[in-house]
Design a protein around this ligand. Structure first.
Ligand code: FES
Length: 577
């Protein structure tokens, strides 16, 4: 067996060894229970303010049974948790904080391996970032998709359909009484959003990266098989500790290629781009936006799931789950990549393809062609922006129109429904001050609302451009993550009403058709928000732009590099007593 990390805490007969063992015994754990056994931390993002993760206490109990059955000793610990729907101003502001919490908790305590229990959007990337930096053996268990809501006999996703109903209310097609009935029906169970929003995309990506057991991502939250998978994950964590397989062995350039390819094949959330860039940064893998564009050029849409298709993740599970999707794109994957199962991707793949062809396609008959995602650059986005072509209106992917500019979210909320707003279906809606620094935290404001007067005319989509992100459940011709953002001096700050903007997603271009000498005379509006204290002040000061994953500049790079290693004083130090 691999030398146990926990032996540093518990094996010595010196004062630190005495203090550490005594602390465990004070918790009621006998020496027989923990000494000489792999200690498995269960990093639990359960919280009563994170509805999507509310079932994690039960899930942790199942993990615990698996750990004990395999001869390990489980110790559950909490971290900050991030609930997409209740947390303000945006969970993205706190993703890096949670990642730091996870990293330091893993590093500081006597864990030989950890099981990361994540579900709601930012909890999974934060845990992966922290685990990559701590580089202690780790395996992820996501919470699974929630049961689908049913409203007036129609099965619905939480986000995708909701956006349509909200447009119906604004256009006068839905009554407020029906809207309230919808509110009660929208979330019928625990679990993450049941369509291929950000949470399901990240769960899928975890499987693509090889950081969970094959098949674990899509098991519904309320299905008893999720509890069975949790036991298996707990048992496997003991194996990882014994074998010494660490995240740095799994999170390779090939694993990131696999994850991106899988993300594209399922029509996943654009948020995952930012998260993958950040995780790769922690793992020391030189991933750039260009790699997403390259892989998009060869990867078709293979799964018929909302928001790009019709079904929910539950149907993907019944069609064979993520292993069946990976089988369908086997020729596009690095099948020799190692996974935390201890086996390669090839070993984990099923022998045959899915028989549910209306849910998971075959590679020669995909649901949509390649290029579901495009990276665009130009004088409006010098270091890049992204557009999810598979969720856009094809005719708008090449478009030229006059800008209607909103200086920030408040400006947009005040004016977008103004009957006097000078806007037509050809206009290009622009929102700035919505990036990592400007908002701050880069909220999901990128699906700018279509002005009601256009909705009433039957307009369903417009070109929208911002330095914000967009919900993974959203759709529309939305150019997102414009970098550098306006608050970092990006040219988005120089756009004025009426300027012509040219988008060509196929050619990968986004340009402001204003002469350079004219732009040189313009000044961006001053930032309206100032962060003077606490975490938000540090965030604004140290956050990287979206094209680099919005991590903090001081957290990028592998922690085992000499310049990043923790001070040796951490070893053997006894805390207060
Ligand atoms: Fe938590 Fe969608 S809001 S997963």
């Amino acid at each position: 067996m691999n030398q146990l990390r926990s032996a540093k805490w518990f094996a010595g007969q010196d004062v630190p060894g005495f203090v550490h063992r005594s602390a465990m015994r004070a918790s009621g754990f006998s020496r027989m229970a923990f000494e000489g056994r792999p200690i498995v931390g269960i990093c639990n993002s359960w919280s009563e303010v994170v509805n999507c993760n509310m079932h994690f206490r039960g899930l942790a109990d199942s993990v615990r049974r698996g750990v004990l059955a395999a001869g390990g000793f489980p110790l559950e610990f909490p971290t900050i948790s991030l609930g997409e729907q209740l947390m303000k101003p945006t969970t993205m502001l706190f993703r890096n904080l949670m990642a730091m919490d996870v990293e330091e908790s893993i590093r500081a305590y006597p864990f030989d391996a950890v099981v990361l229990l994540g579900g709601c959007d930012k909890t999974v990337p934060a845990q992966l970032m922290g685990a990559a930096s701590a580089d202690v053996p780790a395996i992820v268990l996501t919470g699974g998709p929630a049961a689908p809501a049913v409203f007036d006999g129609k099965q619905m996703g939480v986000g995708t359909d909701l956006w349509q109903y909200i447009d119906d209310v604004r256009a006068g097609r839905m009554s407020m009484a029906d809207y309230e009935r919808l509110e009660a029906a929208a979330g019928p169970s625990r679990g993450h959003c049941p369509e291929m929003g950000t949470a399901s995309t990240m769960a899928t990506i975890v499987e693509g990266l090889g950081m969970t057991l094959p098949g674990a991502a899509a098991v519904p939250a309320m299905d008893s098989r999720r509890l069975q998978v949790a036991e298996e994950v707990g048992a496997r964590a003991v194996g990882l500790a014994a074998e010494g397989v660490r995240p740095s062995h799994v999170l390779t350039a090939e694993a990131f290629d696999n994850a991106i390819t899988l993300m594209l094949a399922v029509g996943g959330s654009t948020n995952a781009i930012v998260h993958l860039l950040a995780i790769a940064g922690r793992a020391g893998v030189p991933l750039t936006l260009d790699r997403f564009h390259e892989l998009s050029a060869r990867t078709p849409l293979m799964v018929n799931v909302r928001p790009a298709g019709e079904h929910l993740v539950e149907q993907v599970f019944h069609a064979g789950g993520i292993p069946a999707v990976m089988k369908s794109i086997e020729t596009l994957l690095h099948t020799d990549a190692l996974t935390v199962s201890g086996k390669t991707v090839a070993d984990n793949l099923p022998s045959g393809i899915s028989t549910a062809a209306d849910v998971i396609a075959t590679i020669d008959a995909p649901f949509q062609p390649t290029q579901g995602l495009a990276v665009v650059r130009g004088n409006l986005a010098p270091t890049g922006a992204v557009i999810k072509c598979s969720a856009a209106t094809p005719a708008l992917l090449v478009h030229q129109g006059p800008a209607v500019v909103f200086d920030d979210m408040r400006d947009m909320m005040a004016r977008f429904d103004d009957p006097d707003l000078d806007v037509t279906a050809d206009s290009v809606l622009v929102l700035r001050s919505a990036g990592p620094r400007g908002a701050p935290g880069m909220p999901e404001w990128g699906q700018l609302p279509i002005p009601s007067k256009l909705l009433r005319q039957g307009v369903t989509d417009m070109v929208r451009i911002s330095d914000a992100r967009m919900s993974g459940t959203a759709y529309g011709t939305c150019v997102l993550h414009v970098s550098p953002e306006s608050a970092a001096g990006g040219p988005l700050g120089l756009v004025r009403d009426g300027d012509i903007i040219a988008l060509n997603a196929h050619a990968g271009t986004l340009d402001l058709l204003v002469p350079d000498d004219e732009l040189a005379t313009r000044q961006a509006p001053p930032p309206r928000h100032r962060q003077r204290r606490g975490y938000a002040a540090m965030y604004v000061d140290r956050v990287l732009q979206a094209d680099r994953g919005c991590d903090f500049d001081f957290l990028v790079g592998r922690s085992d590099q000499p310049e990043n290693e923790p001070d040796a004083i951490f070893d053997g130090w006894v805390g207060g007593w």
